[in-house]
Design a binder for this molecule. Structure first.
Ligand code: NAP
Ligand code: ZN
Length: 349
């Protein structure tokens, strides 16, 4: 076994603290990554607080926006050599044989994708990226271009792919009016990507103090979603809205802004179920859909796209000792626009 250490939540809602654990010895298809940076996703917070009802597994080492350097490769590894950059996102395994895995949509594996943490892989508990190292099969690891700033690329592994995938699925491009709801980790990546795909992008936010940033990040317009007059002006006008909000909010008010046959996709996963006013869908033959991260092939495509177009996350780099403080700020929507942990600050036990 490989000795690992990181920060873990000992129990639901408890603060994260230093924690030592073991990872499996690398097999022929595995690589070992020395983790340099790990992004902080709101999903980490939901799971540490056990808000999704599934019964989180503790002690939990969160983190699924992992980047670092390959320090060991198994004998059958082809995609990586020692010293290469590598990334790991939300998944580390899937059945590999079902129709969805065959289609490269491992996140929808019919037997259930194996998540990077808060899961079990062949009976062994998985531990995430708030830690010094990672053992992962190469087929679930991503190549990261040297063109990308490594720390700012970490959030691409979840926030990047989670917004890239639905924007591609719904063929977002020039001539389309696209709304992004919530300017947090996912939202700011959605904004950058939709802008880069050539759409007219309207950023919705509840935080007046984020208006100027939204414009700087690529928004053509900014709407304060709690201002009814501002919302009214956009009725029946959107081709597509991507909703990244992490807490329960009014979906009907957003559906009313979509034009005939338009679509709203949810990627935000609040702890409470949404209320859905049927009128908002019926009037305008609107569609409501969802999306979960993206497959490995599409994640690599997104990373290569971002390298080519110089797209990374706007980050606030934090030492790991500040993780609990970062969670408190995230709950207050005080994130500009992704916390990334510098694992060089992780103390050796
Ligand atoms: P985040 O950085 O905390 O951003 C969420 C944003 O939502 C906030 O910054 C805020 O933006 C807005 N917001 C928060 N509370 C709100 C409320 N009560 N009403 C309206 N707006 C509110 O979170 P994130 O990391 O981007 O994650 C967002 C959600 O996506 C989480 O639920 C997460 O679990 C989920 N997620 C899903 C997937 C997937 O595969 N589908 C992947 C990753 C994450 P403003 O300040 O601009 O209003
Ligand atoms: Zn995430």
């Amino acid at each position: 076994m490989i000795q690992s250490w990181g920060y873990a939540a000992p129990q639901a809602k408890e603060p994260l603290a230093p924690f030592s654990f073991q990872r499996r010895d690398p097999g022929p298809h595995d690589i070992v990554i020395e983790i340099q940076y790990c992004g902080v996703c709101h999903s980490d917070l939901h799971q540490v607080r056990d808000e999704w009802g599934g019964g989180s597994i503790f002690p939990m080492v969160p983190g699924h926006e992992i980047v670092g350097t390959v320090i060991k490769t198994g004998s059958a590894v082809k995609k990586f050599k020692d010293g290469d950059r590598a990334g790991v996102g939300c998944m580390v395994n899937s059945c590999g044989h079902c129709v969805n895995c065959e289609a490269g949509e491992e996140q929808f594996c019919q037997k259930g994708a194996i998540w990077t943490y808060n899961a079990r892989d062949n009976g062994e508990q998985t531990f995430g990226g708030y830690s010094n190292n990672m053992v992962v099969q190469e087929s679930f690891a991503l190549n990261i271009s040297p063109k990308l700033d490594l720390a700012a690329a970490a959030p691409l592994l979840c926030a990047g792919i989670t917004t890239y995938s639905p924007l591609r699925h719904w063929k977002i491009g020039p001539g389309m009016k696209v709304g992004v709801v919530g300017l947090g980790g996912l939202g700011h990546m959605a904004l950058k990507l939709a802008h880069s795909f050539g759409a007219h992008v309207v950023q919705f936010t509840t935080s007046k103090n984020k208006e100027a940033d939204a414009l700087r990040l690529g928004a053509d317009e900014v709407v304060l979603s709690n201002d009814r007059e501002q919302m009214k002006k956009h009725r029946n006008s959107f081709d597509f809205i991507l909703d990244t909000v992490s807490a329960k909010h009014d979906l009907g008010a957003l559906l009313n802004l979509i034009k005939l046959n338009g679509t709203m996709t949810l990627v935000g996963l609040p702890d409470q179920p949404a209320e859905l006013p049927a009128r908002g869908l019926i009037g305008g033959r609107r569609r409501l859909s969802g999306s979960s991260i993206g497959g490995i092939r599409e994640t690599q495509e997104m990373l290569d796209y971002c390298a080519e177009h110089s797209i990374v996350s706007d980050i606030e780099l934090i030492p790991i000792a500040k993780i609990n403080e970062a969670y408190v700020r995230m709950l207050k929507s005080d994130v500009k626009y992704r916390f990334v942990i510098d694992l060089a600050t992780l103390p050796k036990p």
